[in-house]
Design a protein around this ligand. Structure first.
Ligand code: CO
Length: 154
């Protein structure tokens, strides 16, 4: 930021740099999705502009059931890692939000929430590729068969 401010007198350079930065802050880099008591996400696909350096996903559980019985979260992995991460997450337990601890294959993940609650996660896209195949899912045991979708940077 200090570097950017130092360039302030160079009008064109400043305009260019602030333009790039503004893209990362754009509302299109903030996504929302809902989950319900019927073990469903509200969307089967999600996408964000590849220009987003960070993405924030906010999950709202619109149901009423408690997190111990109908907990939901939003976890993102490469599609190739989805099954293994889901299975290892089950062993990690609710205390770890059913995600393998310290596992770099988890690109992003929210805590497990119950009905009426909301959780957000902000993650860097630096290790992701436009056109890459990513899967988001709920890692609560037994949920990811239904609760999964395709995530893309476009
Ligand atoms: Co769930």
């Amino acid at each position: 930021m200090r570097f950017l401010l130092a360039l302030k007198s160079v009008a064109l350079a400043t305009f260019f740099l602030f333009s790039v930065e503004a893209t990362a802050q754009d509302a299109s880099c903030e996504l929302t999705i809902e989950a319900n008591d019927r073990m469903q996400f509200s969307a089967l696909t999600m996408e964000a502009p590849a220009s987003c350096t960070e993405i924030t996903v906010t999950l709202t559980h619109t149901g009423q059931l408690p997190r111990e019985g109908m907990g939901h979260n939003w976890v993102l992995t490469n599609s190739a890692d989805f099954n293994d991460v889901a299975n290892e997450g089950m062993k990690a337990g609710l205390a770890n939000n059913y995600m393998p601890v310290g596992d770099a294959r988890v690109i992003a993940g929210t805590e497990i929430i119950g009905g009426g609650d909301t959780a957000s996660v902000t993650f860097s896209t630096s290790g992701m590729a436009a056109g890459g195949e990513y899967t988001y899912f709920c890692s609560f045991p037994g949920h990811w068969g239904m609760m999964k979708g395709s995530f893309k940077l476009v």
